[in-house]
Design a protein around this ligand. Structure first.
Ligand code: SAM
Ligand code: SF4
Ligand code: SF4
Length: 347
């Protein structure tokens, strides 16, 4: 079914939510499975029994993802991030990227991955039209890395993945590092030094209370202000004024010209005011916040709708009602609740 709208909303009226945040970015999880069991995301003991993951036939097909992304683009989305689970586990991902890269109006397609399968796929993804890659790497200490990934990650595999991405032409990677107090914080400066002086941008991410299974506690969060100060003492840094208010990371540059580093501080410096991101799970559930408890199933509109405009109208009406700002409200009484898991939404 062709879901293209006859009328492009965006050119006339940008689609805004209740806080005047314009719909601009879409994150699509293409699979909920993963070859890691990161303790902060998908702890092995939280996956009970067989049948925990979505059966593959419940995933949106490539064609359905394309139709859905077209609908979001017609409503104003210009940037897409492909995520998971581990997105590189989705069979035929390069072909899907190629389909998505042909959508007029979609200016930027990025991918977040744990990097292990990049040696096999980076070249095909580049050829397919992928613009940018983020690799997650929490530490250079092989033992700590193994523990944080639930016994699955091998450092040399991820470093090989980074090299494969570089060789495929992705010269400027983002490197995501989740910092947990008492787990990998003692290894952060080594990682900072490793990426300083490269074109890649390390981003230190405060451990977040996403989902319900990662046993989050505020005591395990290292406020990013600590790193700004500690790094700045060793290598002076200054904030980089960003042109993009929707950017999640606060960027700093090294004053000696050795590149940039970013800080994602969802816990201590929430950025809900600039949050212009929509998220869809691999089975087509649309969420308007990373910490949401409820989403809307778009699958029936993709599979069975008679009217091609119905999907766009549904998305538009949900976005118009959006009033999420969880990170700004997390400490309010009565604000704890069931939340969707990170590996379903993809960050
Ligand atoms: N599997 C891919 C990966 O790890 O890059 C993509 C999906 S993963 C859910 C997306 C990002 O979310 C990763 O960079 C990961 O480190 C981050 N993440 C997962 N759980 C988190 C948490 N509790 N707090 C902060 N970041 C988290
Ligand atoms: Fe998998 Fe990424 Fe979650 Fe780690 S953070 S378990 S690699 S989805
Ligand atoms: Fe966006 Fe929700 Fe995160 Fe706030 S808490 S920045 S609204 S995803």
């Amino acid at each position: 079914m062709d879901m293209r709208l006859p009328l492009k909303f965006t050119e006339a009226v940008p689609l805004q939510d209740r806080f005047q945040r314009t719909l601009q970015e879409l994150r699509v999880s293409v699979i909920d499975r993963c070859n890691f069991r990161c303790t902060y995301c998908m702890p092995a003991d939280s996956l009970q029994g067989r049948g925990f993951f979505l059966p593959l036939e419940n995933l949106l097909t490539d064609h359905e993802i394309e139709d859905m992304v077209r609908a979001f683009v017609d409503l104003g989305v210009r940037k897409l991030r492909i995520t998971g689970g581990e997105p590189l586990l989705r069979p035929g991902l390069p072909a899907l990227v190629e389909q998505l890269a042909s959508i007029p109006g979609l200016n930027d397609i990025a991918l977040t991955t744990n990097g292990v399968m990049l040696p096999r796929l980076a070249g095909d993804l580049a050829d397919a039209g992928l613009n940018r890659i983020t690799v997650s790497l929490d530490t250079l200490d092989p033992k700590v890395l193994e523990e944080m990934s639930g016994g699955r990650a091998r450092l040399e595999q991820i470093l090989d993945g980074i090299q494969a991405a570089e060789e495929a032409g992705f010269q400027q990677l983002k490197i995501n590092t989740v910092v947990q107090k008492g787990v990998n914080d003692h290894t952060v400066m080594e990682l900072v030094e490793y990426f300083r002086g490269t074109p890649h941008r390390l981003r230190l991410i405060e451990f977040m209370d996403v989902g319900n299974s990662n046993r989050w506690s505020r005591d395990d969060v290292v406020p990013n202000a600590h790193w700004v100060e500690t790094i700045g003492r060793k290598w002076p840094i200054a904030p980089v004024g960003s042109r993009n208010p929707a950017e999640t990371a606060r960027r700093y540059k090294y004053l000696d010209g050795e590149g940039e580093i970013g800080f994602i501080s969802s816990i201590t410096q929430p950025f809900c005011g600039g949050c212009t991101r929509a998220r869809v799970t691999a089975d087509g559930i649309f969420y308007t916040c990373l910490f949401a408890d409820k989403g809307t199933n778009l699958m029936p509109l993709l599979r069975h709708a008679d009217d091609p405009g119905e999907l766009s109208r549904k998305i538009a009406s949900i976005w118009a009602k959006r009033n999420d700002r969880y990170s700004e409200q997390r400490d309010l009484p009565g604000h704890s609740r069931e939340k969707v898991e990170m590996y379903r939404l993809g960050g």
